[in-house]
Design a protein around this ligand. Structure first.
Ligand code: PMP
Length: 405
């Protein structure tokens, strides 16, 4: 009977959000949730999304029938071009299988499920320490054991490159290596392209399997090609690999759950047939999990990606978001340096994407919530998008105070 079911803790992230909403303090600040906010701390519907929505609403041919099991083809094909590059050899050689998923989470899950079923030799998936907390749960759910490779150096607040390389070299052959394509969550620390090359060489030597998670393409730097450079490099190197792709952040379509899973087979003579067989199996898995993916978000993304003018406008919207965040990084660092806050703050402008790993301890993260009503996750991660020109002074002073205590 269900009497044996133990109480589970609330999801820490959504628990924080709930507490923030209930807090009536006038100058409270939410830097917990990874969602873009404009300079007035409000959610931002991308202007290009409004346009696409208008186009869809005026289309007399749209209905609410089921999407195909693998999703809307005009969406999945453009999604593949976006992450792999339109001129990708893998696309030309028909080595890519793409399945529309329930946003990035669904894509990671579908990939994990596929690997657990068809790569029986997979002993472990290696994730960065730290990583997006959901990675652990998703792989555990399909009984793939999770191990960690070092990633973040507390000393430099940058990449622990030597630790990462050593762990990848020591991992048993044919391990799955989970990599954040860009804008690492939660640290905001990415390898340089030269470092990616060294990482790729180790992964190749050890016959590991790269599993990319791409949740921030274009959102991180404002440049779609810069933000997929690691994935493109790995494909150029002839890896068989997978990518979980989310459109939550870069289209501001968080709740619409638009995402895609891509399986890229290596450049063998029969690679295209292999891809076809992979597609057939993914369709079976998808059918039993969700039957058919949701329409609305994918229709919006497809409308934009298939129209040159809207595509250009989307890139402008991406630059609006990424440049506001970069501006906030500069401002926050400048304010902390101006206040003479103990410690170094260079990492705030060196890290990229939605998040900054401030280096604040768990005790400080809890204290700043109690004292200043500033809500950050207990690992000291802040969402840069939660800061704006109205609250950054207050925020910097709160950090300054808690660091000095
Ligand atoms: N991977 C990473 C690293 C993320 O940060 C996120 C968003 N928090 C996701 C995947 C997936 O998010 P969603 O399911 O909303 O697309």
């Amino acid at each position: 009977s269900a009497e044996v079911v133990p109480q589970a803790p609330e999801d820490p992230m959504f628990g924080l959000l709930r507490a923030f909403k209930a807090d009536e303090y006038p100058t409270k600040v939410d830097v917990s949730i990874g969602a873009y906010r404009d300079n007035n701390a409000k959610p931002w519907v991308l202007p290009v999304v409004k346009k696409a929505d208008e186009i869809l609403r005026n289309d007399p041919n749209l209905d609410h029938e089921y999407a195909p099991i693998a999703g809307i083809a005009s969406f999945t094909s453009k999604a593949a071009e976006l992450i792999l590059g339109a001129d990708s050899p893998a696309i030309k050689e028909k080595r890519v299988t793409s399945v529309q998923t329930i946003s990035g989470t669904g894509a990671v899950h579908l990939g994990a499920l596929f690997l657990s079923k068809f790569f029986p030799g997979t002993k472990k998936v290696y994730v960065s320490n730290p990583t997006w907390a959901n990675h652990n749960q998703i792989f555990s759910n399909v009984a793939v054991p999770v191990a960690q490779y070092p990633y973040f150096s507390k000393q430099t607040k940058g990449l622990d490159f030597d630790g990462m390389k050593a762990a990848l070299s020591e991992a048993p052959e044919r391990s799955v290596i989970l990599l954040h394509a860009c804008a690492h969550n939660p640290t905001g620390v990415d390898p340089t392209l030269d470092q990616w090359k060294e990482i790729a060489a180790i992964i190749k030597e050890k016959n590991h399997f790269p599993f990319f998670d791409s949740a921030y393409q274009g959102f991180a730097s404002g440049d779609l090609l810069k933000d997929n450079a690691a994935v493109r490099y790995f494909v150029e190197q002839g890896f068989e690999l997978v990518v979980a792709q989310s459109f939550a952040k870069n289209f501001g379509l968080y709740g619409e759950r638009a995402g895609c899973f891509h399986f890229v087979t290596g450049p063998a003579p029969d690679a295209s047939e292999t891809a076809t067989r992979v597609a057939s199996q993914l369709a079976i898995l998808q059918r039993s999990e969700i039957s058919n993916p949701p329409l609305y978000g994918a229709r919006i993304v497809s409308t934009v990606l298939n129209d040159d003018q809207l595509f250009a406008e989307w890139q402008e919207n991406l630059r609006t978001m990424s440049s506001r965040i970069i501006e906030m990084r500069k401002l926050l660092r400048a304010k902390l340096e101006e206040l003479g806050t103990p410690g170094t703050w260079k990492h705030i402008t060196e890290q990229i994407g939605m998040f900054s790993f401030t280096g604040l301890t768990e005790a400080q993260a809890l204290k700043i919530r109690e004292e200043a009503h500033v809500y950050m996750t207990k690992n000291g991660r802040i969402s840069m998008a939660g800061l704006n020109t109205n609250n950054i002074d207050y925020f910097a002073k709160a950090i300054d105070k808690v660091v000095r205590e």
